[in-house]
Design a protein around this ligand. Structure first.
Ligand SMILES: [Cu+2]
Length: 155
């Protein structure tokens, strides 16, 4: 039965090479979670183009997302070294790293590769942060996040 194991082994290698996953032996051994995180390219960064940190804005806020060094891709195109933006609103900390990013009013997904959104915020002080995720909505390892900015929303 030589051909079957040889084929299986080759498939695993091809998967690892094409997926860009880090398959360190100790990670596999101690992990109980099948959702492994990808490493982003070293130069990759995400940033909020606008509003600026400390800005005073109206309740309907246009947020523009920036990314460099890694491709922006819709979730339908699961290519290596790519992902999409997530906007974290008033998040005290990052979501758990071992599961997909939650999808709710304070964790917004832009899986069609959008580069901006208009969000509505109550008056007061809020924070915004981008958290880039892969096609499975998993954060990168380490997380690829923007600086967290603070904005003031007018009544
Ligand atoms: Cu997502």
């Amino acid at each position: 039965m030589r051909p079957i194991p040889a084929f299986a082994s080759a498939s695993v290698c091809a998967f690892v090479l094409s997926g860009g996953f880090a398959l360190a032996a100790q990670d596999v051994a101690k992990s109980t979670v099948p959702m492994m995180r990808e490493h982003a390219p070293a130069q990759a960064k995400v940033f909020i183009v606008s509003p600026k940190d400390g800005a005073t804005v109206a309740q309907d806020v246009v947020v523009k997302f920036g990314v460099e060094g890694i491709a922006l891709a819709p979730t339908s195109a699961s290519t290596p070294d790519s992902g999409h933006h997530h906007l974290l609103i008033d998040a005290k900390e990052l979501p758990p790293l071992d599961a997909p990013i939650p999808n709710d009013a304070t964790h917004k997904h832009y899986g069609k590769a959008q580069t901006d959104d208009t969000i509505h915020l109550e008056s007061g002080t809020h924070t915004l942060q981008l958290d880039f995720g892969d096609a499975r909505h998993m954060q990168f390892d380490p997380p690829l996040v923007s600086e967290k900015i603070t904005i003031h929303v007018m009544p």
